[in-house]
Design a protein around this ligand. Structure first.
Ligand code: ZN
Length: 500
């Protein structure tokens, strides 16, 4: 009987190895590959994706799952072997429900949409992207029908990205965030001059920025013996296995926070990957719960820790060594306030903690309306401008800083909500860790990050996908997904900073 499990594991290992090999090629494509390598690399990645799909959806895996589910049915649901069967079954069903013709069609449409997106960006006109985007919308509707859903087609796509989440629950969470954050954005706008971040703008040499980021990431607990950092245009994290996790950063020599906080953000992602259970490596159980939970780790280290007063009490002396002229006269309070400067921006990736979730609400609500048939692709720029005006009080002057800014819509729908889930979960985990660990702020002040990382390892990282997002949160924090702790955190912090 152990043979069947070993057989399943061997098949899952083979599939995962193909996936990680693709990750190596993908990482290289974004870091060191010469520009002309693109076409060949695209072919190689497509081949590996096809091979992965063939391995993972083979009827043999379906048969093994059938037999093993019967064999293990009396074990508790959080028994790792039963959990392995559960998450593998879920992924297997998802992947086998999509007809191969639809998968191929989505790949083609996505490649076309990417070309159209690049061309539309050059002209700053969404209308040039709209036809290809309409095709993506139609295929997403087809995929939703193939997956199945309870209330609305968009649910199927949300559930694919954030297992267990529905569109209506996501909307409730966003509404709670909007209700709390909209007044805060307004109040801050009336007192913008109370925070000055000019000292962060100026000449910040690349090498010193790089080292400062490495120092902070090392202090947090990112293990450079099992990972490394390189440079890419858009920072990202990828994993070739628990012992080889790659992060990237993008350094702006004229603005200190870009590169430094990118490094802290990706280090947060990277520490999650390094903490996943080695005994379930190369299986779906040894992976992160969802994109949103992954984002909770990056946001927690970047913002909740890295933008805290306590962090700068600890780190400012180090930063001054790297930037003696730029920060030599800075005190902790000024630094703390400067890195928390808040202002509505047109571009999501530039957004701060107060405004970020409002950018997500814009995208989520537009996707939902498109999927419901209440909005057409041609009308997206108008809907975008209206929502930006309502939520952030600003309007894009062209589509490049409007509906054409994110690459996500060349692939599909459903992933944006993960960013807000990440913020929400970071608030919940921080609150629970503070309760469990006692003087967490004091630890950070002293540069002791191991207790927090240890808490995250025990309550999240080492569990892989044994639990769903809600189950993990119930165990770690006492309740399911809940926006209240994050709202409380943001309100307290920014009211104090801006004297509201
Ligand atoms: Zn991230």
């Amino acid at each position: 009987m152990g043979d069947r499990l070993n057989d399943l594991l061997a098949r899952l290992h083979t599939a995962d190895d193909l996936d990680r090999a693709a990750a190596v090629l993908g990482w290289d494509q974004m870091t060191y590959m010469p520009p002309e390598g693109n076409a060949g690399r695209g072919d190689q990645l497509a081949t590996l994706a096809t091979l992965w799909h063939r391995e993972f959806t083979s009827p043999a895996i379906g048969e093994l799952l059938d037999a093993l589910e019967t064999e293990y049915k009396d074990r508790p649901a959080d028994d790792p072997k039963r959990a392995l069967l559960h998450v593998t079954r879920r992924q297997y069903e998802k992947k086998t429900k999509l007809p191969e013709s639809l998968v191929a069609e989505m790949q083609r449409a996505s490649a076309e949409a990417y070309k159209a997106w690049v061309a539309a960006r050059a002209e700053k006109r969404f209308s040039l992207f709209a036809p290809a985007f309409g095709r993506i919308l139609q295929l997403n509707r087809d995929a939703a029908e193939a997956f199945g859903y309870a209330e609305e087609p968009y649910d199927a796509l949300i559930d694919d990205a954030e297992p267990g989440l529905t569109a209506s629950r996501a909307q409730q969470l966003l509404d709670a965030l909007k209700q709390a954050l909209l007044p805060l954005v307004q109040q801050i706008a009336e007192h913008r001059e109370r925070v000055d971040r000019s000292m962060l703008i100026g000449e910040y040499p690349h090498e010193a920025q790089w080292q400062a980021g490495i120092d902070a990431a090392t202090a947090f607990g990112f293990d450079f013996a099992r990972g490394r950092q390189d440079v890419s245009i858009h920072p990202f994290t990828t994993s070739f296995g628990v012992d080889d996790v790659r992060i990237t950063t993008h350094i702006n020599p004229g603005f200190f926070p870009s590169g430094f906080y990118s490094t802290l953000h990706e280090a947060g992602h990277g520490m999650y990957e390094q903490g996943l259970p080695a005994e379930w490596a190369r299986t779906p159980l040894g992976q992160a719960i969802s994109g949103g939970v992954h984002e909770s780790q990056s946001r927690l280290w970047e913002n909740v820790v890295g933008r805290s007063h306590e962090f700068w009490e600890y780190f400012l002396p180090t930063a001054k060594r790297y930037f003696p002229t730029q920060l030599g006269h800075a005190d902790v309070e000024t630094m703390y306030r400067a890195v928390n400067y808040s202002e509505p921006s047109l571009v999501r990736v530039d957004a701060d903690e107060v405004t970020y979730n409002l950018h997500i609400a814009v995208r989520f609500e537009i996707e939902r309306a498109l999927m419901q048939g209440n909005l057409t692709p041609q009308d997206v720029p108008d809907a975008w401008a209206q929502k930006m005006q309502t939520y952030l009080g600003i309007r894009p002057h062209d589509d490049l800083v409007g509906a054409l800014q994110d690459i996500h819509w060349t692939g599909g729908f459903g992933s944006f909500i993960g960013y807000s889930i990440g913020n929400i979960v970071s608030g919940q985990l921080w609150q629970a860790a503070s309760r469990d660990l006692g003087d967490l702020p004091d630890m950070i002040r002293r540069g002791e990050f191991a207790p927090l990382l240890g808490w995250l390892r025990t309550n999240l990282h080492q569990l892989g996908r044994t639990y769903s997002t809600d189950q993990m949160l119930r165990r770690a924090t006492g309740g399911p997904l809940d926006a209240a702790p994050y709202i409380d955190y943001v309100q307290r912090k920014y009211r104090a900073i801006y004297g509201l």
